[in-house]
Design a binder for this molecule. Structure first.
Ligand code: PLP
Length: 568
């Protein structure tokens, strides 16, 4: 076993900033974008997906260079080689989570597909009208919506499990709520936002007493906690490769063999078939193939095993201790920043820290951090019911990995303080409101701005120029769909048929984008509006390549709404 040493470990991840450059960055007083171009990225979005070590990347290359063939089907040597590596990967995963047999490991596209498979197949077999499916309020949409769809089809009822004050599923409530009507209990081992380890052993034990099946979403836990499915005694445990150093497009459905055997197939075709006939009944293959229709992600599966082998070289206790050190350090540093509120009480159990900052929209902070090369997540984190439960519209989420460092956290905290200071000074000095900004003036202004951080600042300043929309106009009719922050636009027409649009958003970055978009569309006729070439406008401003997909799509959603309003 290799000793875990963060700086050496970090060297395995090509996309991660190298430490020397970061030190250089920290030693320079000015945090500018030019500096960042020398340093790369501070990646704090590991809960969404981890970066990949070089051995995983190379393994992909190696598969297509040396082993590429379809699995299980051919009688030639190359296929045998690919099949052996593919099935060896299944053994590796079975061993990793201590499954009783590799027959209990089903390859899927990811956690989401694993849960969809379960909802579809269990829905057909065990759910009757009035049966109850229990879901924790903190679940990811992937562990809510498939159950909602199947409940609608079967007449089953969704029931929610509330959280205790620390953000864990409240065991007392579990005790009280679960009765013999409960057929399925679904919860995450660790929520992707709350980041507290749920008492899943107790929940599983309780579910057994009422005869309910248990589905544990291990998407976040798998990279941070040892998972022993036999010790947990859960019926199903699901996770994705990409959140633990593996590739995207590969996931695992672990299920107890007897239950998997009793379940009908999910999708059909390919290796899941034993015999097909037009006169006899079509029959299905044994486990695990019964649930694997079509050609699987062979290269991805093999790479995933490489990722597991990579991480298993290290002492997991040492990695865990380092993760705890990073989390505590970051949590305590954030605690010192005025206005920071953690979404639940007490420090998280894994490396995910979720918080809001008073008077600052989470998207504004995330996009400002992005302009300093710090990648973290903002928004609802695919957990809208949790946001409602906590009574927040969204939050910021730092999620760390063992290749992150204390120096990166220091950089992040320094930048965050700087952004908050800048925002506060702009808030108090620049309250001037001017209604119209011409698109030519914007293009001219942006053509003189070279760096993305300066452009980003300009968008934020433009946002200040947007007159606020009377709250009575912020409604379902004016709401812009497809924009992650709340945003509204309303149209009026003059006697000459020229349109005037007014808009607003709760995020400054979106208000800035609204000013830019309105400048291109205001005071135009319907025909002129329809013929505006928005892509070249954004291109000339150098915007789309920098805006994050949600923000970029938000800009296009604003345009779509404006065009629709002019047609209405
Ligand atoms: N469940 C949880 C707790 C997650 O964090 C995620 C992804 O963030 C998912 C499910 C969905 O995972 P995937 O998109 O890999 O299917």
């Amino acid at each position: 076993m290799k000793p875990f040493e963060p700086n050496t470990f970090r060297q395995h991840f090509p996309l991660i900033v190298n430490q020397e450059n970061l030190d250089h960055l920290l030693n320079t007083a000015i945090l500018t974008n030019e500096r960042l171009e020398q340093t790369g990225l501070v990646y704090f979005d590991n809960g969404a997906t981890t970066q990949k070590p070089a051995c995983v990347i190379e393994s992909y290359h190696d598969f297509y260079q040396a082993k590429n063939a379809n699995v299980h089907r051919a009688s030639h040597g190359l296929s045998a080689k690919a099949t052996a590596a593919f099935e060896q990967a299944r053994e590796t995963v079975a061993h990793f989570i201590n499954a009783n047999s590799s027959k209990e490991i089903i390859w899927t596209k990811g956690t989401t597909e694993s849960i969809n498979l379960l909802a579809a197949t269990l829905g057909k077999t065990i759910l009757q009208p009035g049966d109850e499916i229990f879901i924790a309020v903190s679940e990811h949409h992937a562990n809510i919506v498939p159950w909602q769809l199947i409940a609608a089809q079967t007449g089953a009822v969704i029931k929610t499990l509330p959280l205790d004050a620390n953000g864990r599923i409240d065991l007392n409530q579990v005790e009280q709520l679960l009765t013999h009507k409960a057929k399925i209990v679904c919860c995450s081992h660790v929520s992707n936002v709350v980041a507290k380890i749920n008492p899943i052993s107790d929940i599983i034990a309780k579910a057994k007493t009422v005869g309910a099946l248990t589905v544990i979403d291990g998407a976040q836990a798998i990279a941070h906690l040892p998972v022993d499915v036999q010790a947990l005694d859960c019926d199903f445990y699901v996770f994705s490769a990409h959140k633990m150093y593996g590739p995207t497009g590969v996931g695992v459905l672990y299920g107890k063999q007897a239950i998997l055997e009793a379940m009908p197939p999910y999708q059909s075709g390919g290796e899941m078939i034993k015999t097909v006939s037009f006169t006899e009944q079509t029959t299905f293959n044994e486990l695990p193939f019964k649930f694997e229709a079509g050609t699987p992600n062979i290269a991805g599966v093999i790479c995933f095993a490489q990722g597991i082998q990579f991480i298993r070289q290290y002492d997991s206790a040492e990695i865990s201790a380092y993760e705890q050190q990073l989390t505590q350090y970051c949590y305590q540093a954030l605690q010192q920043i005025p206005g920071v509120t953690f979404i639940v009480e007490q420090a998280p159990d894994i490396t995910v820290i979720a918080f809001t900052i008073n008077d600052h929209h989470n998207h504004d902070i995330a996009s400002s951090l992005d302009s300093y090369g710090i990648a973290l997540r903002s928004g609802h984190h695919c957990a809208m019911p949790l946001m409602d439960y906590l009574n927040i519209s969204g939050c910021l989420r730092v999620s760390l990995a063992p290749y992150n460092t204390i120096a990166e956290i220091d950089y992040f905290i320094n930048v965050l303080k700087k952004i908050l200071k800048q925002e506060t000074s702009v808030n108090t000095t620049n309250l001037e409101v001017s209604a119209t900004v011409e698109s030519d003036a914007i293009v001219e202004k942006f053509s003189n701005i070279k760096s993305w951080d300066a452009r980003h600042r300009e968008i934020m300043l433009l946002g200040k120029k947007l007159e606020r929309l009377d709250p009575c106009y912020r409604n379902q009719h004016t709401l812009i769909h497809g924009c992650e922050s709340l945003a509204w636009v309303k149209a009026s027409t003059s006697v000459t048929g020229h349109y005037h649009f007014q808009a607003d958003s709760d995020a400054k970055i979106i208000r800035g984008l609204l000013v830019i978009v309105l400048a291109a569309f205001n005071n135009k006729t319907k025909q002129q509006i329809q013929s505006v070439d928005v892509n070249s406008y954004f291109e000339s401003l150098g915007l789309l390549q920098h805006l994050s997909p949600s923000r970029g799509n938000g800009a296009l959603a604003i345009v779509d709404k404006i065009k629709a309003l002019s047609c209405a």
